[in-house]
Design a protein around this ligand. Structure first.
Ligand code: SME
Length: 150
């Protein structure tokens, strides 16, 4: 499944040069490709230590997240993937939906290693994300960083 969706994303973005169009395409294919992805979206680093919402699929997402807040802020601050099987054990978690039980947030880095965005995926299912899901999302984010932020 991961390979199939990865190939579809690669094909759709083959000639794309626009960062917003790429993000919108990625969240669409991810959200509709995996039943356990209940909110899928990007937050962009728009100024130092601040994330602003980007293209997403799912219910209303909060518009901005400082780097010192939330699971997204943790990913942006540390530059490390945040794989959270139970969001309720992370007091800093920001619940855009009360039904969220697990979350994975992956940083998108430019060629200098700066975090230019994070990809946030929420699920109502506890411990929804497999190691294969996490590795796939990291591969997609690495591709986006290399393709659109060199
Ligand atoms: N849960 C995220 C906030 C974004 S909403 O879930 C879309 C966080 O804790 O950073």
């Amino acid at each position: 499944m991961h390979d199939e969706i990865g190939l579809r994303i690669d094909g759709l973005l083959e000639d794309e040069t626009d960062w917003v169009a790429a993000m919108a395409t990625v969240v669409c294919e991810l959200h509709h490709g995996f039943d356990h992805f209940h909110w899928t979206g990007f937050y962009r680093t728009t100024q130092p230590n601040l994330l602003k919402i980007g293209p997403y699929q799912g219910g209303h997402g909060c518009l901005e997240i400082p780097f010192d807040k939330g699971i997204c802020g943790a990913a942006a601050r540390t530059g490390e993937t945040q794989d959270v099987p139970d969001v309720h054990v992370r007091p800093e978690h920001i619940a855009c939906s009360s039904s969220t039980n697990s979350e994975v947030v992956v940083p998108v880095k430019d060629s200098n290693g700066a975090v230019v965005a994070v990809l946030d995926v929420d699920s109502d299912t506890p411990a929804a994300f497999s190691p294969e899901d996490v590795a796939f999302l990291e591969k997609v984010c690495e591709m986006l960083g290399q393709r659109f932020h060199n």
